[in-house]
Design a protein around this ligand. Structure first.
Ligand code: IDP
Ligand code: MG
Length: 144
Protein backbone atom coordinates (compact mmCIF):
# COMPACT_ATOMS: atom_id res chain seq x y z
CA UNK A 1 0.00 0.00 0.00
CA UNK A 2 1.08 3.54 -0.72
CA UNK A 3 2.29 5.15 2.50
CA UNK A 4 3.98 8.29 3.74
CA UNK A 5 6.78 8.29 6.29
CA UNK A 6 8.86 10.89 8.12
CA UNK A 7 12.60 11.02 7.50
CA UNK A 8 15.03 13.17 9.46
CA UNK A 9 18.59 13.65 8.27
CA UNK A 10 20.36 14.15 11.57
CA UNK A 11 23.07 16.74 12.35
CA UNK A 12 25.88 14.34 11.37
CA UNK A 13 24.40 13.95 7.86
CA UNK A 14 24.69 17.71 7.28
CA UNK A 15 28.03 18.11 9.05
CA UNK A 16 29.57 15.28 6.99
CA UNK A 17 28.06 16.37 3.66
CA UNK A 18 26.00 13.20 3.21
CA UNK A 19 22.57 14.75 2.54
CA UNK A 20 22.66 14.26 -1.23
CA UNK A 21 23.94 10.69 -0.91
CA UNK A 22 21.20 9.70 1.54
CA UNK A 23 18.37 11.34 -0.42
CA UNK A 24 19.70 9.75 -3.58
CA UNK A 25 19.63 6.30 -1.96
CA UNK A 26 16.02 6.81 -0.80
CA UNK A 27 14.98 7.99 -4.27
CA UNK A 28 16.74 4.92 -5.65
CA UNK A 29 14.22 2.79 -3.76
CA UNK A 30 11.45 4.49 -5.76
CA UNK A 31 10.34 6.82 -2.97
CA UNK A 32 9.21 10.35 -3.84
CA UNK A 33 9.75 13.53 -1.83
CA UNK A 34 6.43 14.99 -0.69
CA UNK A 35 7.73 17.61 1.75
CA UNK A 36 11.20 18.77 2.80
CA UNK A 37 12.76 21.52 4.90
CA UNK A 38 15.86 22.40 6.86
CA UNK A 39 15.15 23.28 10.48
CA UNK A 40 16.90 23.59 13.80
CA UNK A 41 14.86 21.47 16.23
CA UNK A 42 14.33 22.94 19.68
CA UNK A 43 14.24 20.88 22.85
CA UNK A 44 10.43 20.86 23.03
CA UNK A 45 10.08 19.42 19.51
CA UNK A 46 12.87 16.89 20.13
CA UNK A 47 11.23 15.71 23.35
CA UNK A 48 7.86 15.31 21.60
CA UNK A 49 9.37 13.54 18.61
CA UNK A 50 11.31 11.10 20.82
CA UNK A 51 8.67 10.89 23.61
CA UNK A 52 8.61 7.08 23.39
CA UNK A 53 12.27 7.04 24.56
CA UNK A 54 11.68 9.45 27.49
CA UNK A 55 12.74 6.90 30.12
CA UNK A 56 15.76 5.47 28.28
CA UNK A 57 19.28 6.19 29.55
CA UNK A 58 20.26 7.69 26.18
CA UNK A 59 17.30 10.14 26.03
CA UNK A 60 19.15 13.27 27.23
CA UNK A 61 22.07 12.58 24.88
CA UNK A 62 19.69 11.96 22.00
CA UNK A 63 17.82 15.25 22.53
CA UNK A 64 21.13 17.05 22.93
CA UNK A 65 22.47 15.58 19.67
CA UNK A 66 19.35 16.14 17.52
CA UNK A 67 19.18 19.80 18.66
CA UNK A 68 22.94 20.42 18.30
CA UNK A 69 22.72 21.81 14.74
CA UNK A 70 20.24 22.00 11.83
CA UNK A 71 18.62 18.94 10.31
CA UNK A 72 16.59 18.09 7.19
CA UNK A 73 13.01 16.94 7.79
CA UNK A 74 11.25 15.22 4.90
CA UNK A 75 8.19 13.20 4.01
CA UNK A 76 8.73 10.36 1.54
CA UNK A 77 5.90 8.52 -0.22
CA UNK A 78 5.73 5.18 -1.98
CA UNK A 79 4.57 1.57 -1.78
CA UNK A 80 5.23 0.36 1.78
CA UNK A 81 7.27 3.53 2.38
CA UNK A 82 7.60 2.94 6.14
CA UNK A 83 9.17 -0.49 5.71
CA UNK A 84 11.21 0.51 2.66
CA UNK A 85 12.85 3.42 4.53
CA UNK A 86 13.55 1.18 7.53
CA UNK A 87 15.22 -1.37 5.26
CA UNK A 88 17.21 1.32 3.45
CA UNK A 89 18.39 2.74 6.82
CA UNK A 90 19.54 -0.56 8.35
CA UNK A 91 19.82 -1.41 12.03
CA UNK A 92 20.01 1.39 14.63
CA UNK A 93 23.59 0.43 15.53
CA UNK A 94 25.87 0.84 12.48
CA UNK A 95 28.14 -1.87 13.91
CA UNK A 96 25.47 -4.45 13.08
CA UNK A 97 23.72 -2.68 10.18
CA UNK A 98 24.26 -4.57 6.92
CA UNK A 99 26.46 -3.40 4.08
CA UNK A 100 24.30 -1.70 1.47
CA UNK A 101 22.24 0.10 4.10
CA UNK A 102 22.69 3.81 4.83
CA UNK A 103 23.80 3.20 8.41
CA UNK A 104 25.84 0.11 7.56
CA UNK A 105 27.82 1.94 4.89
CA UNK A 106 28.03 5.46 6.28
CA UNK A 107 27.13 5.91 9.97
CA UNK A 108 29.68 6.29 12.77
CA UNK A 109 27.98 5.01 15.94
CA UNK A 110 24.62 4.20 17.51
CA UNK A 111 23.90 7.85 18.34
CA UNK A 112 25.41 9.47 15.24
CA UNK A 113 23.53 7.18 12.87
CA UNK A 114 22.57 9.78 10.25
CA UNK A 115 18.88 9.16 9.73
CA UNK A 116 15.51 8.72 11.41
CA UNK A 117 12.60 6.90 9.79
CA UNK A 118 9.16 6.32 11.30
CA UNK A 119 8.67 2.78 12.62
CA UNK A 120 4.97 2.30 11.70
CA UNK A 121 2.19 3.93 9.71
CA UNK A 122 0.63 5.22 12.94
CA UNK A 123 3.94 6.67 14.15
CA UNK A 124 4.47 8.23 10.72
CA UNK A 125 1.14 10.08 10.92
CA UNK A 126 2.00 11.45 14.35
CA UNK A 127 5.57 12.40 13.39
CA UNK A 128 4.66 14.01 10.06
CA UNK A 129 2.13 16.22 11.88
CA UNK A 130 4.86 17.35 14.29
CA UNK A 131 6.99 18.71 11.45
CA UNK A 132 4.64 19.65 8.60
CA UNK A 133 1.24 21.27 8.15
CA UNK A 134 -1.26 19.63 5.78
CA UNK A 135 -0.58 22.38 3.25
CA UNK A 136 3.13 21.43 3.23
CA UNK A 137 2.40 17.77 2.40
CA UNK A 138 2.18 18.05 -1.35
CA UNK A 139 0.32 15.77 -3.72
CA UNK A 140 2.50 15.05 -6.73
CA UNK A 141 0.78 15.39 -10.11
CA UNK A 142 1.44 11.83 -11.31
CA UNK A 143 -2.07 10.44 -11.56
CA UNK A 144 -1.29 7.51 -9.28
P1 IDP B 1 15.77 3.90 15.27
O1 IDP B 1 16.30 5.28 14.99
O2 IDP B 1 16.51 2.83 14.49
O3 IDP B 1 14.26 3.78 15.13
P2 IDP B 1 15.32 3.85 18.16
O4 IDP B 1 15.43 2.65 19.01
O5 IDP B 1 13.96 4.39 17.86
O6 IDP B 1 16.13 3.56 16.79
O7 IDP B 1 16.19 4.98 18.85
C1 IDP B 1 16.09 6.34 18.43
C2 IDP B 1 17.49 6.91 18.31
O8 IDP B 1 18.07 6.96 19.63
C3 IDP B 1 18.47 6.09 17.49
O9 IDP B 1 18.40 6.36 16.11
C4 IDP B 1 19.80 6.52 18.07
O10 IDP B 1 20.21 7.78 17.51
C5 IDP B 1 19.46 6.72 19.54
N1 IDP B 1 19.79 5.52 20.32
C6 IDP B 1 19.12 4.35 20.36
N2 IDP B 1 19.70 3.46 21.18
C7 IDP B 1 20.77 4.10 21.69
C8 IDP B 1 21.82 3.71 22.61
O11 IDP B 1 21.85 2.59 23.14
N3 IDP B 1 22.77 4.66 22.88
C9 IDP B 1 22.77 5.90 22.32
N4 IDP B 1 21.83 6.30 21.45
C10 IDP B 1 20.85 5.41 21.13
MG1 MG C 1 12.72 4.69 16.23
Amino acid sequence: MKQRTLVLLKPDALERGLVGEIISRLEGWGLKIIAMKMIWMDEALAERHYAVHRDKPFFAGLVNFITSSPIIAAVFEGEDAVEVVRRAMGETDPAIARPGTIRGDLAQDIERNLIHGSDSVETAKREIALFFSNAENFKLPRGD
